[in-house]
Design a protein around this ligand. Structure first.
Ligand SMILES: [Zn+2]
Length: 105
């Protein structure tokens, strides 16, 4: 099985060959053949672009999974910063060290 980059490189080389042949046939004024080869060059270029884009989309979820989880200290610090007051935190959200209707001092 070819990798995406080898496949895209082969498609690009085939497209360039088609383009070269299209130019040569165009110079020889064999327009139908030149037109078919130019179309083949465009299709090869578009397919190479599609192969690269599909490979990038296949690897994107794997890269997201490999991202390291935030450190426990960062998670705790973020939770503490979001806490109302210290008593609220230590009482699991059941008590406040101030009037709950007013913001903490
Ligand atoms: Zn509070």
């Amino acid at each position: 099985m070819l990798t995406a980059h080898i496949r895209a490189t082969a498609l690009a080389a085939t497209g360039l060959s088609c383009l070269t042949m299209a130019i040569l046939y165009g110079q020889a004024r064999l327009w139908p053949v030149a037109l078919v080869l130019a179309t083949g060059a465009v299709v090869c270029a578009d397919t190479a672009r599609h192969v690269i884009q599909a490979a990038a989309e296949r690897h994107a979820p794997a890269a997201a999974v490999e991202r390291p989880a935030p450190a426990l200290d960062d998670v705790v610090a973020a939770e503490l910063n979001g806490a109302c007051c210290e008593l609220w935190w230590t009482s699991a959200g059941t008590q406040h060290s101030h009037d709950p209707k007013e913001p903490p001092r």
